[in-house]
Design a protein around this ligand. Structure first.
Ligand SMILES: Cc1cc2nc3c(=O)[nH]c(=O)nc-3n(C[C@H](O)[C@H](O)[C@H](O)COP(=O)(O)OP(=O)(O)OC[C@H]3O[C@@H](n4cnc5c(N)ncnc54)[C@H](O)[C@@H]3O)c2cc1C
Length: 287
C-alpha cells in the first residue's frame, strides 16, 4: 500500500530541523526510515510532514568525550555494532545493534531512531538501559537529558516531546563490562526479541560493586529489571548469585502475552536471558 500524501523537507542544519519541527503541526522526524515508512505504508501513521534529518552532517559521529562516549542521531546500527568505542564501552549496545534486522536495515537504520521508535521488542533499548545511557533531547528551547531507564514509557511511546529531536546518546565510561543476549522471533538472534536482556556489571575485588540489567520483549516497554539488579549488586557474581538474580527478572514488570509467547513463557525467557547476559558480562569483567 502507498502512504497518504505528505510534505517532505530536508533541512541542512539541526537548527532548521528543530524550527520546522516546532512550527509544523503533526510533523515527524525521519532518519533511517526503517520503521516509520513501514507504518506509513500500512497507514497506521500518516504524518502531514516528514522532516528528514539525514542530510545534517554533524550527526553521524561516535565521539570520545573523556568521561563518556556520544553516539550521534545518524549513527547507523552497523556503525554502533562495529565501532571501537562502542564495542569497548557499550558492548551490550553494540551486540544489540549487530543483531538488529539484516545488513540493509543495519546500513540505513539508526541507533537513535530505534530508541526513539521505542518498540517493546527492539534490541537496543535494553543495551542502552544496561549501559546507563543518557538521551539528549533537543528542541528550540534547548537540551533535556533523559536517563535511558526513564525513556521508554509504553509501547511505541518514548519520553520525547513532539517538538524534540534525539540528537545524541551518551554512554558513561564507568569501567564495567556489559553483554546482551536474546531469543529472536525467527530463532537464534534473528529478528526482534521474543525476549532479551542486557547486563552491565562493575566488579571490585571479587564483588559486584554495581550493575544494571535491561529487559526487552517482555513488558509494555523495555525496562530496568530492578529486582535482578538489586539482587546481583553486592554478591560474589557466582552461579548461585546469578540464578538468584534471574529469579527476580520480572519483579515490578507487567509481563505481556503477545503473538510470540504467553506470560508464563515470557517470564521463563526473561529469567533465562537475564542469567545469560549476567554470565557473559561477568566473564568479560573478569577477563
Ligand atoms: C526488515 C526489518 C527488520 C528489523 N529487525 C529489527 C530487529 O531485529 N530488532 C530491532 O530492534 N529492530 C528491527 N527493525 C527496526 C529497525 O531497526 C529500525 O531501523 C529502527 O527501529 C528505527 O530507526 P530508523 O533510523 O530507521 O528510524 P525511522 O524509521 O526513521 O523512525 C522511527 C521513529 O523514530 C522517530 N525518530 C527517528 N529518529 C529520531 C530522532 N533522532 N529524534 C526523534 N525522533 C526520531 C521517527 O519520527 C519515527 O517515529 C527492523 C526493521 C526492518 C525494516
Amino acid at each position: 500500500m502507498y502512504p497518504r500524501p505528505f510534505e517532505y523537507v530536508a533541512p541542512k542544519t539541526l537548527d532548521e530541523a528543530l524550527a520546522a519541527l516546532d512550527q509544523t503541526e503533526g510533523a515527524k522526524v525521519i532518519s533511517g526510515g526503517m520503521s516509520l515508512l513501514g507504518l506509513m505504508k500500512l497507514r497506521l501513521l500518516s504524518p502531514g510532514t516528514l522532516i528528514d534529518i539525514g542530510r545534517i552532517p554533524e550527526l553521524d559521529q561516535i565521539e570520545d568525550r573523556d568521561d563518556h562516549i556520544a553516539i550521534g542521531a545518524l549513527v547507523t546500527h552497523g556503525m554502533t555494532a562495529s565501532h571501537a568505542l562502542t564495542t569497548e564501552h557499550a558492548t551490550a549496545l553494540a551486540q544489540a545493534a549487530s543483531w538488529t534486522g539484516d545488513v540493509q536495515v543495519r546500513n540505513r537504520g539508526t541507533t537513535c531512531g530505534s530508541l526513539a521508535h521505542a518498540d517493546t521488542a527492539a534490541d537496543q533499548p535494553a543495551g542502552a538501559i544496561a549501559c546507563g545511557a543518557v538521551m539528549v533531547a533537543r528542541s528550540v528551547g534547548g537540551d533535556r537529558e533523559i536517563a535511558a531507564a526513564d525513556f521508554f514509557v509504553d509501547a511505541l511511546t518514548s519520553a520525547l516531546e513532539p517538538n524534540e529531536i534525539l540528537v545524541e546518546l551518551r554512554i558513561p565510561k564507568e569501567g564495567g563490562r556489559s553483554a546482551y543476549d536474546k531469543l529472536g522471533r525467527r530463532g537464534g538472534h534473528s529478528d526482534y526479541a521474543v525476549a532479551g536482556a542486557a547486563a552491565w556489571v562493575r566488579s571490585d575485588n571479587g564483588t559486584v560493586a554495581d550493575a544494571r540489567i535491561g529487559l526487552t520483549g517482555v513488558g509494555t516497554a523495555p525496562s530496568l529489571a530492578a529486582g535482578a539488579t538489586e539482587a546481583i549488586i553486592g554478591s560474589d557474581g557466582s552461579a548461585e548469585a546469578i540464578a538468584a538474580a534471574a529469579e527476580r527478572a520480572v519483579e515490578g514488570v507487567t509481563v505481556l502475552e503477545d503473538l510470540y509467547g504467553s506470560e508464563e513463557y515470557k517470564t521463563h525467557l526473561a529469567k533465562v536471558y537475564v542469567a545469560r547476559a549476567l554470565e557473559q558480562a561477568l566473564a568479560l569483567a573478569r577477563s
